[in-house]
Each structure stands twice: as C-alpha cells, then as structure tokens.
Design a protein around this ligand. Sequence first.
Ligand code: BEZ
Length: 227
Amino acid sequence: MQETTQKTVNFPLIGTPAPAFVAQTTQGTINFPEDYKGKWAIIFSHPADFTPVCTTEFMTFASMAQEFKALNTELIGLSIDSIHSHLAWLHAIRGYSWNGIEKPEIQFPVIADLKMEVAEKYGMLQGESETSAVRAVFFIDPNGIIRTILYYPAVLGRNFEEIKRIVLGLQKADAEKVALPANWQPGKDVIVPPPGTCNAIKARMEEVKAEGYEMKDWFLTFKKDKK
Ligand code: BEZ
C-alpha cells in the first residue's frame, strides 16, 4: 500500500494573538506586531509576483491605500518571492492603468517570504500549492488580536469593498458595542446586544420606547446608525 504523508497546516484563529514575526519587506524590516501597536493591520498574501489577478489586486489596494490609512489601518502584503522580484513587479505596476486606476505606486510593505516562515505561521500554504500562498487576508486589531480571516483561491481576485466593509464593521462594533446584520453597510441600522436577564428585557422595552429602537423580538432589536 502506498504511504501518504499528511502535512500539518498551522491555522491561526479569530480571537487569538496574531503570530509575531520579523520580516524583510520592500519598505525595510518589519517587526510584527511590535511596529503596529495602536493600529489596525491587514496582512494579505498573494500567490506570486508578475501574475495577472495579483496585479489587479495590488493596483486596487494601492488605489484604496489612503482610505485604509484614514481608518488607522496599515496594509502588509506577502508572497513567497524575493525582494528583487517584488521591487521589479512593483516598478512594473507603476506603469499600468486599469479599471480607472492610473499608474499606482505601492507604498505599503510587501514581505519577501522566501523561507515561507510567515506563510507557515499564518496557514497561507494550503492544498493548491506547496510553494505559493493562497490569497489570505488577516484583520488584526490594535491589540494584536486576529479579528477576521478570509481565504480565497488563486483564480479568484478579492472583493476590496468587502475588505473595507470588514474594517468599518469591526471598528463600529468595538466603538459602539453593537453587532451588524447581514449585508450591513455604513449608515444602515445596527443590532443592539440581546438582554441577558428578565430585568434587562424590561429595561430594553423602556429603551425601545425612549430611543425609538425597532424591536422584532426580545432578542432582536435594531437601532438607527449613530451619525
Ligand atoms: C494570478 O494572480 O493571476 C494567479 C496566480 C497564481 C495562480 C493563478 C492565477
């Protein structure tokens, strides 16, 4: 019988500290999460430099970089390529225009993870390839805790509006102690946490009257977005 070797993949978990690393990037060495204290970080991997889908993704991220900065959110890219490959690819991207994005400059750091050390810590090497990362996205809060994880296959470019919505949603949930319903968008109604005791249900009823909340049931109450 043929023997198969099972590779163990280390998957970081939502709600746990993001794995620490020191890495060489296109913007110099970074020490994570030390260098990112007090900021949100998005660590994202791409399968390879000089590939078409990845190029459209980098152009899109570059076009939104200021929007993420305004949300106190730093971007960190990663692939299993060398610094020289990254630099040559980013230079090439500087010459492209696509989808209304004109000759973008990539100013965020891109990790050269040739030894796959970061990719292995973050579960970025999965079943598609042993030597190139999937399209992973890690949302890490200012305390260094992983708050959301997305994994996409190589053939499917990411939805960057969703990536921004996730940052906005996590920041809103933290700031206002609310939850966000399906397909929530900024400005739409939010959910107030369900009461946990009989007295809290009574108090909620009063709150509903006083604040104009929309109560569907004792556990499902919406309130208008705070402007
Ligand atoms: C791409 O970015 O186009 C790509 C990368 C790796 C495999 C397939 C597509």
